[in-house]
Design a protein around this ligand. Sequence first.
Ligand code: FAD
Ligand code: NAD
Length: 404
Amino acid sequence: MKRPSILVLGAGYGGLTTVVNLQKEFGTDAADITLINKNEYHYESTWLHEAAAGTMLPEDVRYDISDVIDSGKTNFVQATVEAIDVDNKKVTTDNGEFTYDYLVIGLGFEGETFGIEGLDKYALSIANVKAARYIREHIEFQFATWSTEQVKDDSRLTIVVGGAGFTGIEFLGELANRVPELCKEFDVPQEKVRVICVEAAPMVLPGFDPELVDYAVGYLQSKGIEFSIGTPVVEATPEGVKVKKGEDEFEFIKAGTVVWAAGVRGNRLIEETSIESMRARVKVEKDMRAPGYSDVFIVGDCALMINEEINRPYPPTAQIAMQQGERIAKNIKALAGEGTTEEFVPDLKGTVCSLGEEDAIGVVFGKKVTGRRAAFMKKMIDNRALYMIGGAGLVMKKGKLKVW
Ligand code: FAD
Ligand code: NAD
């Protein structure tokens, strides 16, 4: 077997799981594995809403990549990928050029603004750990400014969340707990604060179980969160957002903070390659390879797979990204040994959506769960993801081990 050179781009859930499994598949000295990532750390994207609201410190969301990879088997390079030339098998970064026999692209997601005017410029997005820290600090700045300014502008204390998908709802759950803390810290009367979620579809969490959705909305409303449903955001300005309320009816919501959580796309670099994509997501072959490129695999949110049972794409989730990483490692091992690849088949265990630290809703193995039980399950899911990448040591170091 020729010693293959394998290049993995991105140390998110998909990229890191691929690397950890490549290390297992190939053992020592059987492959040259290189992992490239922008930062020297991995961040848990699934915890970013906590860092953004300020209920978790940004540093607690991340861990060093060197803690979870075997430096004897994988060469980690901290670099930002600038271009991917799949026709000439070359990747350009700000830290040199790289070639490969097999390439795995796992550069993750970006917030999707659908071309809506002003959103790119004036709204904040929970896109990565630095962006999450910025949102936290922006909200604190607004509260601090309000409490010191002579002529008070109450709209500083209004937070608009665009989108009531899973990210929007999880972020609202954290804000519901964070706002009372902020009010205490910055001497702000809580009745001055408004948190408004604006959703385009006729329901919160479109497509999710209606009974669980009612539970979530009731819970969040009881904590002071307002909902504007069936009312798409059509524009953002430095002062707030314009919302469409009817055929020719619009409302302007003045807000000091606008967080856009209304959907994701793949990494823009994908669109600059010659691989075909839709919103920077590649409709992959059944074995996770890019169409037309037998040496390029796509993992995680840059990959698009159709669930043939319902003829709709699988949602981009960490759960699926990690399972894809395992399959891709096996498929590369098979190709390197001149074997054949196997189809990736997702094994969906369910979905749990947190509503702050102590509440949640979910469907797990087909059963509905709510309340503390669901919140406990969410923590266990988070800990399992740590375990799959870094074993028990990582769970002890970064895990959510506090249970009320
Ligand atoms: P990512 O996790 O986005 O990782 C991409 C990596 O690539 C990052 O390390 C990034 O720094 C790096 N990178 C990006 N660009 C470059 C570049 N140019 N050069 C070098 N490196 C680069 N899914 C679930 O299953 N369960 C959940 O509970 C859940 N909760 C979520 C909560 C929030 C707030 C959000 C935003 C998402 C949530 N998701 C959840 C979805 C999940 O986070 C994503 O599906 C998952 O992160 C995708 O993994 P990935 O490996 O494709 O990319
Ligand atoms: P999403 O696409 O799931 O939800 C976006 C929401 O924004 C939708 O409800 C949509 O109708 C709404 N929207 C779109 N345009 C709008 C507009 N102009 N104005 C107002 N609302 C608008 O995106 P997401 O919530 O960012 O989630 C991204 C992915 O991450 C999904 O696959 C999701 O399943 C996953 N995720 C999972 C969890 C979890 O499992 N707990 C948590 C967060 C995210």
